[in-house]
Design a protein around this ligand. Sequence first.
Ligand code: PGA
Length: 255
Amino acid sequence: MNKSLRKPVIAGNWKMNNNPAQAAALIEQLKPLVKDASCEVVACVPYIDLHAALKAAEGTNIQIGAQNCHWAASGAFTGEIPAAMLKELGVPYVIIGHSERRQYFGETDLTVRDRTRAALDAGLKVILCVGELKEQRLRNITAEVVRMQTKLALEGVTEKELENIVIAYEPVWAIGTGLTATPEQANEVNLLIRQLIAELYGKAAADKTVIQYGGSMNEKNAGELLAMPDIDGGLIGGASLAAEKFAAIVTATKQ
Ligand code: PGA
């Protein structure tokens, strides 16, 4: 379904792992393994690693991302980082709305919307995460939940700005659990997100929007997931911490 209109994005979400020296070392290992990638390659690292990661990735096809940003430009928000500071540092990507932020740090659909707004205003590319909880899947409300999360996060986003958004469908029950969605389950939700984008922005915009799958994606299951018509890449947690595994997922986009 017009998959050729989209360049896949394989992004590592390192979460709270690797100090700056380890970050630089992992990027050094990755460089030769992903240099011929036909997809975009992104590593989303802890804030404190950004400087070292950017330096290590300079002049390569590895792009660096942060794992969150605040909605305000500055002010009394202890522990937070504004989008403009990331931009000034030279960071191109930021993850917004990851389920761990929603579960453990009180992130809501509206703070996700506001952080997305701030990131776009600062000129960052956003990896916007959506996905249902296990209880929601069991109650058959996956479609409603994912549509609502996506629609609210995109409130106020223009068609032009949508080009700077990658959507990551990450069923919460599949994250870090080893329970991967089947290719059919993942594609079904990616397709409904694409249909929502078509309702909101038209078919041409929907055809161009990169929609990833995330949740226990690894070097073994990546091939069949990435072969699905509406899965345009992956957001990879655990497997992004080992260079060979992450590189194998990057290579799987070539099939
Ligand atoms: P996982 O994490 O690959 O370890 O399941 C994915 C994510 O949280 O983005």
